[in-house]
Design a protein around this ligand. Sequence first.
Ligand SMILES: [Zn+2]
Length: 244
Amino acid sequence: MERFDDDALVLSTLDYGETDRLVTLLTREHGKLTAFAAGARKSKRRFAGALEPFMRLRVHLVETRGSTVRLDSADIVAGYYSAREDLSLIARALYAVELCRELTRDHEPQPELFALLEDYLVRLDAKEAGPTSLLAFELSALAHAGLMPRFDTCALCGGEPGERPRFDQAHGGAVCEPCGGRAREAVAVPVALLTGLRAIQEGQRLPLPPDLRARARGLLNVFISHHLGRRLKSVDFMAQVGLD
Ligand SMILES: [Zn+2]
């Protein structure tokens, strides 16, 4: 059985049986893995607080039969403890890790997504990441997963979205008015929203005004749940703590 070390970010955890814990990790070199941590809840010392969502770890893993790996040891590299003291930062971090978990398949290396998530958590912990940073993070994560929404051209005819654009999650983004008539689920959106999201997608950190930000949040929620086939759980938590 092969043993290996890797850098890892904890995406989620699930208690298993009386004493064990299943930990979903995004590793730098091996992609998303589900690791079995035997006795994780019995021995406080063995994993010492490491097996919690959005911890950055150095892990020692052992391949087993099947798709699960065994977690032999985990050292905390960064706990992002400042982010853990603030409910709104916790909500954003949980959203970011859940999105990454749902956008990736097991055992497919995603070093760029790992770097993106790590960078986002570092900035969140430094209190340098507000709502626009979250939108930028999501748009980049979606692009890595091959699900980049289009805001600059009509997703159906390839033309300009025009003065009365719509957004159609099923077809992957903005649609022009004539095409919008054929897309049943398309909703009218302000031109400024599409140009604002396009600018964020291009890497400009231009904050959207609050009303457009709320619309952007709504569009991305609908887009992401359409493509994943379900709504992310942490979206509700973000709404509960008053975040868009
Ligand atoms: Zn069109």
